[in-house]
Design a protein. Structure first.
Lengths: 320, 320
């Protein structure tokens, strides 16, 4: 959570002159999103989020994200909407960075999700997957098995400084995952980063999703396992099967999993744990000098990886 | 600009249960204020700022600040208003810290004020001073001449690491200021920190003041000189007499300065520069390990101090 870019008055005024949004009434940097600079911006026409895309986001991907947000909102899950400029474009430039105004989505993220939150999330995620099945844009998932291997290889020499034997442990897991990774499950555009930060609630129900900047094409059931890992473990790292069952049952009530998908859940969950472990480990070992953001402890995901390694069927997740 | 305290869901819900504000619809940490943690908080009843007072604010002073904000808003200058809980209190506790909900003030701070902004500020500051004359609370200014001496004494041994000869230069200035410091000018509650960050504008006119946490009793003309130092120098450190004249003329159109006040402006401006120089120098020399906030360069205020040292009358500030 950080604001990286300082926006001068005249630059902001020049950016807003491209829109037809009346008078600026509020502008505040907000501590949301780790990849971009985000601002709360209000005008006489409404409330918005101004996002400046910092260097970790590929400019060429931005039209995909913008189109996806429009498509998803029209088809079942609320999310912020890009606001078009007078010339029809939804992407501008501000302080030398690509920048977009998106509508303000009401709702509050939860830090300690309950089973009831997981149930509401499961239904919303299934509606999201149904909506993206008809979406025409595509974006390759650079952070799948081959990408994990690249990141892990760069971290292996120092992995044991984080935990004794971690290099060998993770190498063994990744070999297993690569061997078992399914190839023919239903695919679509997945969110790929649906942590509690990125899901808003109103009155206990999902009000929408935010932060689509990892969205890509991959297996729908893999997205579900990313959620299960992010939402269904307790702060003491224990797996909460009540929450997992709530998430999966609610998902299946909207979009039933195929037998092949159900069979694959354990390896997909293990891969989903590996996905976040390799990036957290890499970030942990490569903190830039003077960084403002504290990297997340990789050990949380080591524990999730170990849990899923021991799972032999989706029954462990509460799936009948 | 920073958010220091992480607020868990259940703690926030318990805090809000004391208010009668409907359903929570948005909650975001905002990058505003360096002393406290601030959050944008919306409910079905309106928009608010939630402030958690971190350790640099003295709890015993909070009722003074809250009462002042109420008094000022009723008497001429818009500012955020403390929201009373169901039991009538305006101060609660959240995450072990004193916390208050205040109303959201529309407006945008400017980073590069124009002469027109300075003119609007001058009139608003004069109205603020007229309003505080009738305010009954008092708070001693701990950051006046004697306080500067304490801070400077602690910085002297290492002051020359910032600029050659700075220790001798500042000691000489502080001796002059202490000798010349006026004792019988009109007093009242001053804002004492009215930098561009703390003044909001709408359509080019001041919409209100924020951040009253340095407010205290002192000379009104000293507050005006704090503003002149903060608003009327250019990024290249040149004094902009057009902006100063705009500020001072607009102030005097509402609250004319007495002859004694006008005579004292140069030493008050020099003291106002010393005030921010001693704290910036102290903070520069005492950055805590792992600090998230970069201290401000003290040299900006060294240059302002030198400028005012050379001034012999208020005519240099555009005052007839």
């Amino acid at each position: 959570m950080a604001v990286y870019t300082d926006v001068p008055d005249d630059a902001l005024a020049a950016f807003l002159a491209h829109f037809d949004l009346g008078e600026l009434t509020a502008f505040k940097g907000i501590a949301e999103g780790v990849e971009n600079s985000n601002f709360y911006l209000a005008t006489t026409a409404g409330r918005f989020i101004l996002t400046l895309y910092e260097k970790r986001v590929d400019v060429a991907d931005l039209p995909f994200f913008m189109n996806l947000m429009e498509h998803v909102a029209r088809n079942g899950v609320a999310c912020p909407q890009p606001v078009a400029r007078k010339d029809g474009a939804v992407l501008g430039t501000l302080c030398g960075r690509p920048a977009a105004l998106i509508t303000f989505l009401d709702g509050v993220s939860v830090r300690r999700p309950s089973a009831s939150h997981c149930r509401s999330l499961g239904a919303a995620l299934a509606r999201f997957h149904q909506a993206t099945e008809r979406f025409e844009g595509t974006r390759r998932n650079a952070l799948s098995v081959a990408g994990w291997r690249v990141l892990l290889d760069q971290s292996l020499p120092r992995a044991d400084t984080v935990a004794d034997g971690l290099a060998a442990e993770m190498s063994g897991d990744l070999d297993d995952i690569a061997r078992l990774w399914p190839r023919d499950l239903p695919q679509g555009v997945i969110h790929a980063d649906l942590f509690p930060d990125n899901v808003f609630f109103l009155a206990g129900e999902v009000s929408g999703f935010i932060d689509f900047y990892f969205a890509c094409n991959d297996m729908l059931a893999y997205d579900l396992m990313i959620c299960m890992n992010a939402w269904c473990f307790e702060p003491d790292h224990a797996f909460n099967v009540t929450k997992a069952k709530a998430l999966l049952d609610a998902y299946q009530a909207v979009r039933p999993l195929s037998e092949a998908e159900r069979m694959a859940l354990p390896v997909l969950a293990r891969g989903a744990a590996m996905r976040f472990l390799v990036t957290r480990l890499y970030d942990w070992l490569n903190v830039p000098e003077g960084a403002l953001v504290t990297p997340k402890d990789p050990m949380e995901y080591v524990r999730k990886l170990r849990f899923h390694r021991s799972v032999t069927s989706a029954r462990a997740y509460g799936v009948a």
